[in-house]
Design a protein. Structure first.
Length: 542
C-alpha cells in the first residue's frame, strides 16, 4: 500500500508473509488480501498527517484517522478470513504508528521473536510501525457459534504458517500471545470478559446487534475499554434490516467522521427473486477478484443457487444476505392473507385436551393468553388485555380468571409462559395446576425461540392450524416482523424470531408471541403422547 503514503504499508505487507489461507484447496498458501480487503486495511491504518512520534508516550489509536472501521459485505465474500488476518496483525504484528521514516529504516521480524527472516525497508516520509507490547484481543459476536466462524479461520491461519512460532498454543477457548497477551471470544453472556482492558476487538454481524439481545451494551462496553487502552475496533456484517436499529446501522448512519465505512450497497431496483436481475445484483456486490473465474474463492453459481432458494422463502433476507441490499419495510413475519384464510375453525368442546401460551406485560405492551386444541390445531385468544383500556395497567385479576377458566373448562396439559413481570402469578399457577402443566418459557433464548417461531410459521403456511378470525389477534399477527438471528438450523439456514416494525413502536405483537408459545406447547404435548390418551367422558358433553 505504498500508493497510500500515509498508511502503514509495513502492516499490509506483513499479512501475506505471516498469514496463510485457513481452508480449501489452497490451505496453507499465503493469504493475499483481495483488493476490497486491501482497501479496508489500508484505510484502517491510515495515519493522521499531524501524528507526532513520542517514544515515551506513543499516540496508539489516536495516531490514526479512524478509531474504528465497518465493512458491510454479502455472505461468503471473505469477512471472517480478513478478520482472522487482522487479529494476527494486531496480536503480534506492526500495527502501531512509530514515527515518520527518513528512508532506509528497517522493520525486521527477527527483532520481534519471529524467525521467518522477513524484513521491510521504509521509504522516506513513510509511517513506521511497532507492535503492541502486550496485545489483548477479543473476537465478539451474538453467539458462540458466530465467534467460532472467525476462530475457526484464525487457528489454522496461525498453526500452518510462521506465526506458530509466536503462538504455539491455539486452545479451544483462547489463544496466548507473546508477553502475556491473549485472544478471547466474547458474547453477551460472557459478562466476566466485558469491561476488560482490550487493545483490539472484532465485532461480527453487528447488523444483528441491538438492545434486546444485549449486544448494544456489549459494543458500548468494548468501546469504552478500547478508549482507555488506545485500541480500536473492526466491525463487519451483512446488510441489516432498517427496522431493527442495529449497532451496524447506527455506526453506519452516525455523523462521526472517524469511523471508516466500506459498503457497496446492492441497488434495490434489482430484485433478488428475478433470475436475470439476481445475477446482475450478485455481480455488482461480489468483488471481481473474489470470483472463482478471476482466481478468487467465490463460486457465483453456487451463491446464486443459495440466493434463489432463500429468495423463494424469504426474499427480504435473501436480499440482505446475498445482495447487500437495505430493504426498508421488508420482513413481515406472516402473510396476513394466508392468516385470514385460516379463520375457519371452531373452539373445541369443553373437556377437550388443550395447551396454551402466555406473554405478559405490565403497563407498556399488551398481555395475551392464547389457547390451542391439541387434536385439531385450532388456536384462539382466551384474552388480550390492553393496559390503556384498564386504567394504564393490565388487570391481573382478569388474567388469573382466564387461566382458571382454561383449566376448568378444558383439560389443560401445558401452558408455556414467558416469565418477566409475572413470576409471582406463574408461581401461583404452578402451585394450583402443577409444575408439569405450567412451564416457564423465556422467549429471550434466541436459538430455542427461533425454532419455535419457525414451527409456528410453518403451521401457518401449510394450513396446519386454524383460528376463529379474532380481529385483535389478527392485528398482532400482522404487526409481527422478522428479526434475523445469527443462529442457524442444521441445514445452515438462518433462524429468526419476532419483533415490532421498529424498536419502541406502538404496534403490538404480544398475541403473536403467545401464539408461538401455544403452538410449541402443542408440539411438546403431542411428542409426549397426548393424542394417544383415552378421551375423558366429559369431552363428549356439550
Amino acid at each position: 500500500m505504498r500508493s497510500l503514503p500515509r498508511t502503514l504499508g509495513v502492516a499490509l505487507d506483513w499479512i501475506p508473509q505471516h498469514c496463510v489461507i485457513p481452508d480449501g484447496f489452497r490451505r496453507g498458501a499465503p493469504f493475499v488480501p483481495y483488493d476490497w480487503q486491501t482497501l479496508y486495511l489500508g484505510s484502517f491504518y491510515l495515519v493522521r498527517p499531524d501524528a507526532v512520534w513520542m517514544p515515551d508516550a506513543p499516540l496508539l489509536g489516536p495516531a490514526f484517522v479512524y478509531r474504528r472501521g465497518l465493512k458491510v459485505g454479502p455472505q461468503k465474500v471473505g469477512k471472517d478470513p480478513l478478520d482472522a488476518a487482522h487479529i494476527c496483525l494486531e496480536g503480534t504484528g506492526p500495527c502501531l504508528f512509530a514515527g515518520w521514516a527518513e528512508g532506509g529504516e528497517v522493520y525486521a521480524c527477527s527483532e520481534h521473536g519471529c524467525r521467518c527472516g522477513w524484513t521491510y525497508i521504509y521509504d522516506p516520509g513513510e509511517p513506521m510501525a511497532m507492535t503492541w507490547p502486550s496485545a489483548l484481543v477479543q473476537i465478539t459476536a451474538v453467539s458462540e457459534e458466530a465467534t467460532q466462524n472467525t476462530y475457526d479461520a484464525l487457528r489454522p491461519m496461525i498453526e500452518l504458517g510462521p506465526l506458530a512460532d509466536l503462538m504455539p498454543r491455539t486452545g479451544e477457548e483462547f489463544i496466548r500471545l507473546p508477553n502475556g497477551g491473549r485472544i478471547d471470544t466474547v458474547t453477551a453472556s460472557a459478562n466476566s470478559r466485558l469491561g476488560q482492558r482490550v487493545t483490539f476487538v472484532t465485532q461480527g454481524e453487528v447488523g444483528l446487534w441491538d438492545k434486546t439481545n444485549g449486544m448494544a451494551k456489549v459494543a458500548d462496553t468494548q468501546y469504552r475499554g478500547l478508549a482507555g487502552m488506545g485500541g480500536r475496533a473492526s466491525l463487519s456484517t451483512n446488510a441489516w434490516d432498517p427496522a431493527q436499529q442495529s449497532v451496524g446501522q447506527i455506526q453506519f448512519e452516525s455523523a462521526a467522521q472517524d469511523i471508516y465505512r466500506q459498503f457497496i450497497k446492492g441497488p434495490v431496483t434489482l430484485s433478488i427473486r428475478n433470475k436475470e436481475e439476481r445475477r446482475k445484483l450478485l455481480r455488482f456486490v461480489y468483488p471481481r477478484d473474489s470470483l472463482r473465474e478471476h482466481g478468487g474463492h467465490v463460486d457465483l453459481d453456487a451463491i446464486e443457487a443459495e440466493a434463489a432458494d432463500l429468495a423463494a422463502r424469504d426474499p427480504a433476507q435473501a436480499g440482505r444476505f446475498f445482495g447487500n441490499q437495505l430493504l426498508t419495510g421488508a420482513g413481515k413475519a406472516f402473510d396476513v392473507d394466508v392468516w385470514a384464510d385460516l379463520g375457519t375453525g371452531e373452539k373445541p368442546k369443553k373437556g377437550a385436551l388443550i395447551v396454551g401460551g402466555f406473554d405478559g406485560s405490565d403497563v407498556d405492551d399488551q398481555t395475551a393468553l392464547i389457547l390451542c386444541d391439541v387434536a385439531t390445531g385450532f388456536i384462539w385468544a382466551a384474552g388480550i388485555w390492553n393496559p390503556a383500556e384498564h386504567g394504564g395497567k393490565v388487570p391481573r385479576d382478569q388474567v388469573n380468571a382466564a387461566i382458571d377458566d382454561a383449566a376448568t373448562d378444558y383439560k389443560l396439559l401445558r401452558l408455556n409462559a414467558d416469565p418477566p413481570y409475572w413470576r409471582d402469578e406463574i408461581a401461583d399457577w404452578r402451585g394450583r395446576y402443577g409444575e408439569e402443566v405450567i412451564k416457564e418459557w423465556p422467549t429471550y433464548r434466541n436459538r430455542v425461540m427461533g425454532f419455535a417461531v419457525r414451527d409456528f410459521a410453518t403451521a401457518v403456511s401449510t394450513g396446519a392450524l386454524t383460528h376463529d378470525g379474532d380481529a385483535v389477534f389478527a392485528k398482532h399477527i400482522a404487526n409481527a416482523h422478522r428479526k434475523e438471528l445469527n443462529e442457524r438450523d442444521d441445514k445452515g439456514v438462518r433462524l429468526w424470531t419476532l419483533q415490532k416494525e421498529r424498536a419502541g413502536g406502538p404496534d403490538k405483537i404480544d398475541a403473536a408471541v403467545a401464539a408461538v408459545l401455544a403452538w410449541e406447547a402443542r408440539l411438546e404435548a403431542i411428542a409426549e403422547g397426548a393424542l394417544n390418551r383415552k378421551p375423558l367422558f366429559r369431552a363428549f358433553v356439550a
